[in-house]
Design a protein around this ligand. Sequence first.
Ligand SMILES: CC(C)(COP(=O)(O)OP(=O)(O)OC[C@H]1O[C@@H](n2cnc3c(N)ncnc32)[C@H](O)[C@@H]1OP(=O)(O)O)[C@@H](O)C(=O)NCCC(=O)NCCS
Length: 211
Amino acid sequence: MTEIRPYRAHDLEALYAICLKTGLAGADATALYRDPKLIGHVYAGPYMALSPDCAFVVEDESGVGGYIIGALDTYAFEKRLETEWWPALRVKCADAAFIPRGEQTWDQRMSTLIHHPVRTPRRISENYPSHLHINLLPRLQGQGWGKRLIDRWLETMKKNGSRGVHLGVGAVNARAVDFYRAYGFEEIERTGPPFDVIFFGLRLGASETTG
Ligand SMILES: CC(C)(COP(=O)(O)OP(=O)(O)OC[C@H]1O[C@@H](n2cnc3c(N)ncnc32)[C@H](O)[C@@H]1OP(=O)(O)O)[C@@H](O)C(=O)NCCC(=O)NCCS
């Protein structure tokens, strides 16, 4: 049986592995990294450490094969990262920002993000305070689990009083871009090269269960 359930601490390793296996615009990034945990330290680990109540997994008979993670209040979350998450990692990996992006290895790109994280613009987080990341291994893709995970996550955000959610996706990840549009997310803005990230947003109505 395949089911969605809240994240538990023993899922941590599986989530790091999924992050790596879907980390190249949805495709497997394993071959790109010398340190297989680096990408997870940026895109997965902080959520389990600082925002575990916003994390859900999909589990089937082979184990945990997908997740949705995020933060209710992006501004507060990014502030906490500065004091509670990045400092320990900064000690372990060298800042590679002096190397031009085009010449950096993937490990160096992640190290640069650890030392110089990109803060979400206030104009986005003011209207869409919550944000998410969703990743499913290929065996669970295309069967409605992505939609169900987002349904479950939005329900939790609404219950906790969020008025809107956003996410960033690389424009090259056509499958994910189509998926978010089909779900009902609207494009808020686009960064252009070299990152070419599209920000999508969805406003949430007030929940009857709030309070
Ligand atoms: C992107 C992702 C989350 C989508 O989840 P999914 O479970 O594969 O998608 P679903 O099966 O829930 O699709 C739900 C609906 O979205 C739409 N949709 C999904 N993929 C689509 C596509 N490629 N084109 C158009 N519509 C699409 C369809 O309307 C679909 O409904 P249908 O099954 O009735 O046609 C998942 O494929 C994934 O994790 N990919 C790898 C990691 C990744 O890229 N994450 C996003 C990083 S920003």
